[in-house]
Design a protein around this ligand. Structure first.
Ligand SMILES: [Zn+2]
Length: 158
């Protein structure tokens, strides 16, 4: 079943190394009721450790970006796919040889957080305060664009 054939490093055309042979995907889970999003502080030993990011990881060859992002959300934070309404798949990072898809999901019901060993902390952060966190560089780069997409998604849903 879970083959994990996407695990591995890519020597990217941009000159950096990225995790995920088929690219990677993550999910920004939004609680529209409180105008917050689920952020996770990644453990020191992970790539980009000790910075804040969103749940996500390498895509397997058979997975869509949305499937990969939801799987990572379940693995890393034990958040069931049943409480997530997927509303958007945005490609903000595309280096040709490697890409990162950000999936925007809306929380459909309250869910308790129980992070695994890849994250040392997870919490709901006000969307307007996310830029104040020590963000993973990849996320920091796309955050202004991602935030405006989130705002569009939220207003379209209401
Ligand atoms: Zn790259």
């Amino acid at each position: 079943m879970a083959t994990r054939d996407g695990d591995g490093w890519v020597e990217c055309s941009c000159g950096s190394k990225h995790w995920g042979l088929n690219g990677a995907a993550g999910i920004l889970l939004v609680d529209t009721q409180h105008d917050t999003a689920l952020m996770q502080l990644r453990a020191e030993w992970t790539h980009g450790g000790q910075t804040w990011g969103i749940p996500g990881g390498a895509r397997d060859s058979h997975e869509t970006a949305i499937e990969a992002a939801i799987r990572e959300l379940e693995e890393e934070l034990n958040v069931s796919h049943e409480v997530v309404d997927v509303v958007h798949d945005v490609l903000l990072t595309d280096h040709g040889t490697w890409s990162y898809h950000t999936v925007i999901g809306l929380l459909s019901s309250v869910h308790e957080l129980t992070p695994n060993e890849e994250s040392v902390e997870a919490r709901w952060v006000a969307i307007d305060e996310i830029h104040e966190l020590d963000l993973h560089p990849g996320l920091a780069q796309v955050w202004p664009q991602l935030k405006s997409t989130v705002r569009e998604v939220i207003s379209a849903e209401q």
